[in-house]
Design a protein around this ligand. Structure first.
Ligand code: PLP
Length: 425
């Protein structure tokens, strides 16, 4: 039995499914997850010391590549001074100030430890600030695993073919309206019926949890208009897209200004950091100023904040995003060319350092279109790439991530391997 298989068997005895987050278990693609020992730049190494080019990037945070020396040094230096104090630190102010300086929609932010906490609290804040209960989300978008958001969520849940989660009482989601992504008419209709009761719309402004789906022209602008018209708040969940698709996330690319923004992944540089923020007028509702409660023992953790600050400093280098977007596009276009040359129905798309690959003639625009892609062929592609040393996300419903260390040689060797694989699947 391989070392990875041995570890998986051992893990499965003490951890449900052998993993601490479901999609890592390879359930939808089958086979044995790779247990990672170390990572550097664009590479990860598994328990058998096999090297892989990595396009998972810790599901988004590793924008600088793994183990960037300056980020690691910042973590080491912070750790020497203490791991956690449960009292405010100057570094937290710096991180808040950097986020506010970079994203014009933010006047104040609160730091938390995960994307789930950020979105869960943003929803609570929207409800508290508006005095309304209903929320609107979109099919295929994932906003973390809090109860009211586990309705037709994407990626992990979709992968298991289960549109919602057991253990969530129907009453908890009875205020959650789930609509089709990119369908503005459905949004207008929902507001025509329930507008006075809707606290907020929460949206992945570029969706990365049903593969990669971009907003149709006018979709985000339309959401902004409907929210303003009905006094609801617009929440951009930029946990994945924040500092990943460009220096100001999707709000920078689209020019659409949300009322609240949620962040995580890149802003922690691989350590547990999340954040939510908006205008001071809205943020005044959060405790201790207002009546919307939120707290965290490790919120603003000094070691995690140090990793985030180092990462945010390094990605502010001139030309960083142009280079990242060019490398990502090179990968996506290169895969599409080679797959089509092999006669496969295949498309690819990218934005900034994020990409989607679809076993389909065209790039999907909705959850239904993504679901219609050829997942059996994706699974064969995934395993053949893995065998040849390329680590894509183990699900046809996940976006992929490129880092600043994926240089021309790394992209080229990925494409060379893919060419062989496309011919064989
Ligand atoms: N929101 C989005 C858009 C995400 O992609 C994720 C995680 O992938 C979350 C929220 C939840 O973040 P976390 O896994 O840090 O709780």
């Amino acid at each position: 039995m391989s070392r990875n298989a041995q570890l998986f068997e051992r893990a499965s005895r003490s951890i449900p499914g052998g993993v601490n987050s479901p999609v890592r278990a390879f359930r939808s693609v089958g086979g044995t997850p790779r247990f990672i020992k170390r990572a550097q730049g664009p590479y990860v190494w598994d328990a058998e010391d096999k090297q892989y080019i990595d396009y998972v990037g810790s599901w988004g945070p590793a924008i600088l590549g793994h183990s960037h020396p300056e980020v690691v040094r910042a973590v080491q230096e912070a750790a020497v001074n203490g791991l956690s104090f449960g009292a405010p630190t100057e570094a937290e102010i710096e991180l808040a100030e950097v986020l506010i300086a970079r994203l014009p929609s933010l006047e104040q932010v609160r730091l938390v430890s995960s994307g789930t906490e950020a979105t869960m609290t943003a929803i609570r804040l929207a409800r508290g600030a508006t005095g309304r209960n209903k929320i609107v989300k979109f099919e295929g978008c994932y906003h973390g695993h809090s109860d009211s958001l586990l309705v037709k969520a994407g990626s992990g849940l979709l992968t298991f073919g289960n549109p919602s989660s057991a253990g969530v009482p129907p009453e908890f989601v009875s205020h959650t309206l789930t609509l089709e992504y990119n369908n503005l008419d459905a949004v207008r209709e929902a507001f025509a019926q329930h507008g006075a009761d809707i606290a907020c719309i929460i949206v992945e402004p570029i969706a990365g949890n049903m593969n990669l789906i971009k907003p149709a022209a006018g979709f985000l602008e339309g959401l902004r208009e409907v929210c303003t018209q009905h006094g609801a708040l617009l929440i951009f969940d930029e946990v994945m897209t924040g500092f990943r698709v460009g220096p100001q996330g999707v709000q920078g690319l689209s020019g659409v200004k949300p009322d609240l923004t949620t962040l995580a992944k890149v802003i922690g540089g691989g350590m547990p950091v999340g954040a939510f923020g908006g205008s001071a007028e809205i943020m005044k509702h959060i405790a201790p100023l207002g009546g919307v409660y939120q707290a965290g023992t490790l919120s603003g953790n000094p070691v995690a904040v140090a990793a985030g600050l180092a990462t945010l400093r390094l990605i502010a280098a001139p030309g960083f995003y142009d280079k990242l977007a060019a490398q990502t596009a090179k990968l996506a276009q290169g895969l599409q060319e080679r797959a089509r040359a092999a006669g496969l129905a295949f498309s690819a798309d990218s934005v900034g350092g994020m990409f989607g690959i679809y076993f389909s003639d065209k790039v999907p625009a909705t959850f239904a279109e993504v679901s219609a892609c050829d997942t059996a062929r994706f699974n064969r592609f995934f395993h053949a790439m893995l065998d040849h040393g390329v680590h894509f996300a183990p699900s046809a419903f996940e976006a992929g991530f490129v880092s600043a260390t994926h240089d021309d040689a790394v992209i080229q060797s990925t494409l060379d391997i893919a060419e062989k694989v496309f011919a064989a699947i």
